[in-house]
Ligand binder design. Structure first.
Ligand SMILES: [Zn+2]
Length: 155
């Protein structure tokens, strides 16, 4: 078990482009375990590998509802439709949210954690989470896409 430090906005790694996963070796498996542990210990629903300092195309989504949970490697958006304007935040930018337009539905292809090709259809929050995490793999932070960004009230 390894909960990693989550990088925050301003750290240059977050603005770099990640590399494709070429093979699922021990290093990749360790990265996947670390991403799961880190997201489970954090108040979020998605994490991208660069957020823990590893520039590899791996994302992990976990809505913590016992249903929506998966690893996706080398994810690629192959279809999108509609548009939805809503608030979103990022574990790398605590206490802030922004209003971002995202597709209402997306189709994403990639590899699951066993290296099998998968197609994920996402709608609403899942479409938003997929777009947000895939952006991280290209070094794009949501604040670049946001119409406005604002600080949340202290809890
Ligand atoms: Zn993020």
């Amino acid at each position: 078990m390894a909960v990693k430090r989550i990088l925050t906005f301003g750290e240059k790694t977050l603005e770099r482009v990640s590399r494709k996963v070429e093979k699922i070796d021990g290093e990749t498996m360790e990265l996947i375990r670390d991403m799961k542990d880190t997201l489970m210990a954090a108040p979020g629903i998605g994490l991208a590998a660069p957020q823990i300092g590893v520039l590899k195309k791996v994302i992990y989504i976990n809505f913590k509802d016992g249903e929506t949970e998966f690893i996706l490697m080398n994810p690629k958006i192959t279809g999108k439709s509609g548009s939805e304007r809503d608030a979103e935040g990022c574990l790398s930018y605590p206490n802030y949210e922004g209003i971002v337009d995202r597709p209402k539905k997306v189709t994403v292809t990639g590899l699951d954690e066993k290296g099998r090709s998968v197609v994920v259809e996402g709608e609403g929050l899942l479409a938003r989470a997929l777009c947000h995490e895939i952006d991280h793999l290209e070094g794009v932070l949501y604040t670049k896409r946001a119409r406005k960004v604002y600080k949340l009230e202290e809890q």
